[in-house]
Write a protein that binds this ligand. Structure first.
Ligand code: DIR
Ligand code: MN
Ligand code: MN
Ligand code: MN
Length: 314
């Protein structure tokens, strides 16, 4: 069992600089040791080195299209290579525009993947519906086949062909949804669970319905894209667009334990940790250490103690 870790220090999908330091603070919070402790052989691929075009004028209202498109293209190649080499991959962001390149690269190797997007936001705006022009609020729109004729060709995005059906996507943790995003979710019948749904159903039922929905026809590889702002800002203050009323620690651990228990997790993203935005060093450490807990739990750290099958079967 081998896990690869890939850093993507990139922030141009949104306005707040600092999120490019996410990979460093998450590693400094002990990620590699935690994964090694779970008996994985860990391959740290280091951080990608992004290139920035000198001039990158907005396209319509969309900011930095060539920069974001180019970074995601590079990321998709790296993710595809790592998955093709047989690793389970952890991608450390960076802002959530990177979800596009990560899932696209994953899909090159696993065309039947499904996507679980854990976030306060659906990141489903198109360049036409986006109220901000920030591409971190749009990555899912570029993935969905059903939105093909609603998404204009953006400079820097010609490589990005839609690869996901809206049936194969579930959102968890939503509580800040733009009008255009709501319209698309309803029109396409996307399965989603807002924080209100978690209040009503409980996280246990939410995960049961999520996995039944995605695995109804067959078992398939999971892409988990986890925006740290899915958590309550009290737990994850160092992030660019905090929204009150998010996931509790225990909901986050249960969610990720259930994903691990499927045995199907293939790639996960952990994005939007921004150390520049913590009010104090403690706030930054708390956010980074939460990110490590989420990753470790997704990869099999349990709250009931370790099973010893790996040791005894060696
Ligand atoms: C807002 C904020 N929906 C936008 N989005 C995100 O800019 O499209 N914040 N993703 O994290
Ligand atoms: Mn997001
Ligand atoms: Mn978000
Ligand atoms: Mn296990």
């Amino acid at each position: 069992q081998s896990v690869a870790v890939l850093g993507a220090p990139f922030s141009r999908g949104q306005k707040r600089r600092g999120v490019e330091h996410g990979p460093k603070v998450i590693r400094d919070a002990g990620l590699i040791d935690r994964l090694s402790g779970l008996d994985y052989s860990v391959h740290d691929f280091g951080d990608l080195n992004f290139h920035y075009p000198e001039k990158d004028e907005p396209y319509m209202d969309v900011k930095s299209p060539r920069t974001v498109g180019g970074a995601n293209k590079k990321l998709s190649t790296a993710v595809s290579r790592a998955v093709g080499a047989g690793h389970t991959l952890v991608m450390l962001g960076g802002d959530h525009s990177l979800g596009l390149g990560s899932a696209a690269g994953h899909a090159q190797q696993c065309p039947d993947l499904c996507l679980i997007w854990v976030d306060a936001h659906p990141d489903l705006n198109t360049p036409l519906t986006s109220p901000s022009g920030n591409l971190h609020g749009q990555p899912v729109a570029f993935m969905l086949k059903e939105l093909q004729n609603k998404v204009p060709d953006l400079p820097g995005f010609s490589w990005a062909k839609p690869f996901l059906s809206c049936r194969d996507l579930v959102y968890i943790g939503l509580r800040d949804v733009d009008p255009g995003e709501y319209q698309i979710m309803k029109d396409l019948g996307i399965q989603y669970f807002t924080m209100r749904d978690i209040d009503r159903l409980g996280i246990q039922r939410v995960m049961e319905v999520t996995l039944d929905h995605l695995m109804a026809r067959k078992q398939r590889p999971i892409h988990l894209s986890f925006d740290i702002d899915a958590f309550d800002p009290l737990l994850a203050p160092a992030t660019g667009t905090p929204v009150n009323g998010g996931l509790t620690y225990r909901e986050g651990m249960y969610l990720t334990e259930e994903i691990h228990n499927t045995g199907l997790l293939s790639v996960m993203d952990l994005v939007e940790v921004n150390p520049v935005l913590g009010a104090s060093d403690e706030a930054v450490q708390a956010t980074a250490s939460l990110a490590v807990d989420v990753i470790a739990s997704s990869l099999g750290q349990t709250r009931e103690g370790a099973h010893r099958t790996m040791i005894s079967s060696k």
